[in-house]
Design a binder for this molecule. Structure first.
Ligand SMILES: [Zn+2]
Length: 383
């Protein structure tokens, strides 16, 4: 096994990693290449935010200035804090897929109580969602979170249209999310993949699951570009402020009594089990490596600390592991035998099922070659 000398990424289960002569990986190199586009002086941050606010207010067409989702995790929570600081009037959507941790629920409540923002909790039909998650487990594909991510995006689009909101804020950010191996996830807009996997394994009626598709995403992109009809644009404000995860946690804790839940995305009990057990055991993928590698590159943690943190398996004792498995199986309604079979089945590719990869590639081609290459130019061009 080869491991990067700067971060903790290695060549296990990653077809895209490569190393230079000094033993530095391509993710570290990519970070260095792009870093300057996301690094600002204090004055620049101030001006970025002023410009952002002005542009949003100029574009505003309904009651709300913008719409955004909250999961109770660090990034989306800090985004709410930033919106409050900017004195904007957002509509907040919380998507409840049945797997919220208690901590996430308390964090969200504390944030909404203090910011007094308007919010909608979109509760998904639990039986339908549970069946779809079981289908994805049985299909042995890597990106089971695709279902939640797909539904959240579809829900944001739905309410953006309903309330004539032009701006969608996303907590996505370069600082703490760059460098995720490409084949550890699948494109979130692939509704054909969702439908096919459902059909093959549980075959339920998808009556309430919120959907959109890649073709639809392309249409929306063009509508936004030419400002046609009920267009909206997506903005990632955390890319404008020298975002640091640890600073965000401190601010949230101080201002909102917000409590951290341990690892990235563990605000959802499903995501926790998926990352800490299913990905780790079945797919031999340890997401703590890219997450902690990001923090090393962002200057928030030392390489030694990251290595120490990832030395033991995510569930450190058999007792914890057993408890987590029991909870998961009871909730998703699956027997231990069924689950053991899923764990021992060989992983499959999303491409082994019907998919819309071809349309997605066209979209990628557009983004890569027909859009300005300079990322910052690209961000500001949308204003
Ligand atoms: Zn590296």
């Amino acid at each position: 096994m080869k491991i990067c000398q700067k971060c903790i990424m290695d060549d296990q289960n990653d077809n895209y990693i490569h190393f230079d002569n000094q033993g530095t990986c391509n993710y570290c190199k990519d970070f260095e290449d792009k870093k300057k586009l996301y690094t600002f002086t204090n004055e620049q941050v101030k001006s970025n935010l002023e410009k952002l606010k002005k542009k949003i207010l100029n574009l505003k067409s309904g009651e709300y200035d913008l719409i955004t989702g909250i999961s109770g995790g660090v990034d989306s929570s800090y985004l709410l804090h930033l919106i409050k600081q900017l004195n904007l009037n957002p509509l907040i959507i919380h998507f409840d897929n049945g797997w919220n941790s208690e901590l996430a629920v308390t964090n969200i409540k504390n944030l909404l109580d203090k910011t007094k923002f308007d919010y909608i909790t979109e509760v998904i039909d639990w039986n339908e969602f549970k069946s779809l998650q079981r289908s994805f487990l049985k299909a042995s594909v890597v990106d089971i979170e695709l279902l939640t991510d797909h539904a959240i995006t579809a829900t944001l689009y739905k309410y953006a249209k309903k309330y004539k909101i032009r701006t969608i804020f996303s907590g996505g950010n370069f600082a703490t999310e760059q460098g995720m191996p490409k084949d550890w996830s699948w494109q979130k807009s692939d509704l054909i993949n969702i439908r096919d996997i459902n059909k093959k394994f549980e075959n339920i009626e998808m009556n309430t699951f919120p959907t959109f598709d890649t073709f639809n995403a392309i249409i929306e992109m063009f509508k936004a570009k030419f400002k046609l009809g009920d267009w909206y644009q997506k903005i990632e404000p955390l890319n404008l402020i020298n975002y640091k995860k640890n600073d965000a946690i401190n601010v949230l804790n101080k201002e909102y009594n917000w409590v951290y839940y341990g690892e990235k995305h563990y605000e959802s009990t499903f995501t926790e089990f998926y990352q800490a057990y299913i990905l780790y055991k079945k797919f031999k993928i340890d997401k703590r490596k890219p997450h902690n590698s990001s923090l090393i590159r962002n200057g928030e943690i030392s390489r030694e600390d990251a290595l120490e943190k990832t030395k033991l398996p995510p569930y450190k004792t058999n007792e914890i592991e057993r408890k987590k498995i029991d909870y998961f199986l009871k909730k998703i309604e699956m027997t231990n035998n069924e689950f053991q079979k899923i764990l021992s089945d060989a992983p499959k590719k999303h491409l082994d099922y019907r998919n819309d990869y071809f349309i997605f590639q066209l979209l990628q081609f557009y983004r890569k070659y027909l859009n300005p290459k300079n990322v910052i130019k690209k961000i500001w061009k949308r204003f």
